[in-house]
Design a protein around this ligand. Structure first.
Ligand code: DAH
Length: 339
């Protein structure tokens, strides 16, 4: 009897030390397993006098019963504790606010570029893209700007070799297209251009949009009609355009195109510096030398061309005062351009 009590005490202590189901099971096996304490006691039956054996058997069975009850109660509790722990660890607070995925926005330059393509595609223009590393011939010579031409000074060029350079103007695309395609031509050529120039309104890399129309009987009136349509769609329904004489080697005559100020409507304001007009692009009638360089007969065909800075249009349209904002990519700035 005394020994039973001692065994029960030991078993309770072993069970209490167990920290999880596995350890508890190991403790139980130590007492109730095949080579455990209780089995060992049963084996001692043969050492006991015949008449005492039933009483001894009863004692051992009673012990087994007590141990089994004790262990199964503890197992039950252990399972509950473990389940509670698991549930606590997996708790999800469904009232917590979710993490919102940040939605990106299109860059203002991309926006304006897409808008320009949309406007001109609506008038039947096709998009043609030329290379950013250009041959001197396409960027200058074929555009009636030979090596000794003073107009080369108008664009500070990044030369890569004597022959190759980073294109300074998308006008190079005019030549590349006319070499491939015979008139009628209605081409729009967007792309990056590069110049060694850097201040609040100039960046060493910027985007241009070139336009070229070549067909029989094209005049400067066609150019201005098309520009009026462009200005009304891009700026405001009441926008007007004005042509001023200018000079580009690849056009004759050449014009600088102003659009009436969309902020003050032409009355004069800080944006248009009080003039009521804003300069937006260069244009002109394609110089007959350029047509000749591309194998197009200038007595049969005429054409107009225009080129504009996409950043400049974006700055005017959205009232952006420093071109650097367009390359810094600060999300606080970019996030303001939402549909
Ligand atoms: N390529 C000129 C520039 O970068 C812009 C330009 C002016 C393009 C007149 C033209 C044009 O096609 O006709 O300054």
């Amino acid at each position: 009897m005394d020994e039973n009590e001692k065994i029960v005490e030991e078993a309770v202590e072993a069970a209490s030390k167990a920290e999880d189901s596995k350890e508890l099971y190991e403790a139980k096996m130590q007492f109730l397993g095949r080579s455990g304490t209780v089995t060992a006691l049963m084996k001692r039956m043969k050492e006991i006098a015949q008449e005492l054996r039933p009483a001894f058997g009863k004692q051992v069975n009673a012990l087994r019963q007590r141990l089994e009850t004790m262990f199964s109660e503890r197992e039950e509790r252990m399972k509950e504790q473990e389940m509670a722990k698991k549930l606590a660890a997996e708790t999800v607070d469904v009232t917590m606010p979710g993490k919102r995925a940040k939605e990106g926005t299109l860059h203002p330059v991309t926006r304006v570029k897409n808008e320009l393509i949309g406007i001109f595609a609506g008038m039947g223009f096709e998009v043609f893209e030329g290379p950013e590393i250009e041959n001197d011939y396409y960027n200058f010579t074929a555009l009636n700007t030979p090596a000794d031409h003073p107009a080369r000074d108008m664009q500070d060029t990044f030369y890569l070799t004597d022959e190759f350079l980073l294109r300074t103007q998308t006008s190079a695309g005019q030549i590349r297209l006319m070499e491939k395609k015979k008139p009628p031509i209605k081409m729009l050529s967007p792309g990056r251009v590069f110049r060694s120039d850097d201040d609040a309104t100039h960046s060493p890399m910027f985007h241009q949009m070139e336009g070229l129309v070549v067909d029989k009987g094209i005049t400067l009136c066609d150019l201005q009609g098309m520009l009026d349509e462009f200005a009304r769609t891009m700026f405001s329904q009441t926008s007007k355009t004005r042509l001023r004489p200018s000079y580009f080697p690849f056009t004759e005559p050449s014009v600088e195109v102003d659009v009436s100020c969309h902020v003050c409507g032409g009355k004069g304001c800080p944006l248009c510096k009080g003039t009521g007009w804003i300069e937006v692009l260069g244009a002109g009638m394609v110089n007959r030398r350029v047509l000749e360089n591309c194998g197009v007969d200038p007595d049969e065909y005429t054409g107009f061309a225009f080129g504009m800075g996409v950043e400049r249009i974006a700055m005017l349209k959205y009232g952006i005062n420093n071109i650097k904002l367009l390359t810094e990519n600060d999300v606080r700035f970019l996030g303001q351009f939402k549909d």
